[in-house]
Design a protein around this ligand. Structure first.
Ligand code: FES
Ligand code: FES
Length: 249
């Protein structure tokens, strides 16, 4: 028997620690040490997929994975799909469409289908993609059509929910953008005045200011003109008198 090792892993979002033989199968650690019996054993040889779990986001046959390989990993089992007592959309689709045919193959198929939906990111996969995703999960009794239909139905409803959520988000984004633009405008001092004063009043005030500024300039111009006129008059007078003064000498 292999030496015991301490393994720390996160299972369904919860940090767990177990001390087990290093080569103990992950399937057994989940079922025996952590009490998660949702994951089933079918063949025990990596053929049927009943023991499928996600290890760091990728599906594995937990009957083939030594526990020590899961040290520090994130593990998702079928128990982790539901939120408390609330089934996930995928699980609900399986219930409504008759996809959950027996307790041995269904947990593994659910986990494999969940992996596909996560990878699809809201896109509805094709019939072929669903069949390929669950190709490693064998049903020895009934068939796959209802399972495929359930996965497609879940994918479609996820898409509808995502679109419904995205629309209000886009509206909120546009609103926020408009608000920030208005705030930017209000921040500029000139704009702040423009916001406070009504546009018409602002125009009248600006005209008055311009007139006030223009008047002194005009006055200065007039005074300078008058002065130069007076100067030239004086010069002309002096010219006229000059020959008289000469004559008188
Ligand atoms: S029990 Fe693991 S593949 Fe069958
Ligand atoms: S083995 Fe589960 S339904 Fe066929």
């Amino acid at each position: 028997m292999s030496a015991r090792v301490t393994i720390k892993l996160t299972v369904n979002g919860r940090a767990r620690q177990v001390r087990v033989p290093a080569m103990k199968r992950l399937l057994d650690v989940l079922r025996e040490d952590l009490g998660l019996t949702g994951t089933k054993e079918g063949c025990g040889e990596g053929e049927c997929g009943a023991c499928t779990v996600l290890l760091d986001g990728a599906s594995v046959n937990s009957c083939l994975v030594p526990a020590v390989h899961a040290d520090g990993a994130l593990v998702l089992t079928v128990e982790g799909l539901a939120r408390g007592s609330q089934y996930s959309g995928l699980q609900q689709a399986f219930v409504h469409m008759g996809g959950s045919q027996c307790g041995i193959c269904t947990p593994g198929i659910l986990v494999a289908a969940h992996e596909l939906l996560v990878a699809s990111r809201g896109r509805t996969p094709t019939d072929g993609e669903v069949r390929e995703a669950i190709a490693g999960n064998l049903c020895r009794c009934t068939g796959y059509q209802k399972i495929v239909d359930a996965v497609l139905s879940a994918a479609a409803s996820v898409k509808v929910r995502a679109t419904a959520k995205a629309k209000p988000k886009a509206k909120a984004k546009a609103k926020a953008k408009a608000k920030s633009k208005a705030a930017m405008r209000a921040k500029s001092p000139a704009r702040r005045k423009a916001v406070k004063v009504k546009p018409r009043k602002a125009a009248v005030k600006a005209k008055a200011r311009a007139t006030r500024r223009a008047k002194p300039a005009a006055k200065v111009r007039a005074t300078t003109k008058a002065r130069s006129k007076a100067k030239s008059k004086t010069k002309a007078k002096a010219k006229r008198r000059a020959p008289i003064r000469k004559a008188s000498r």
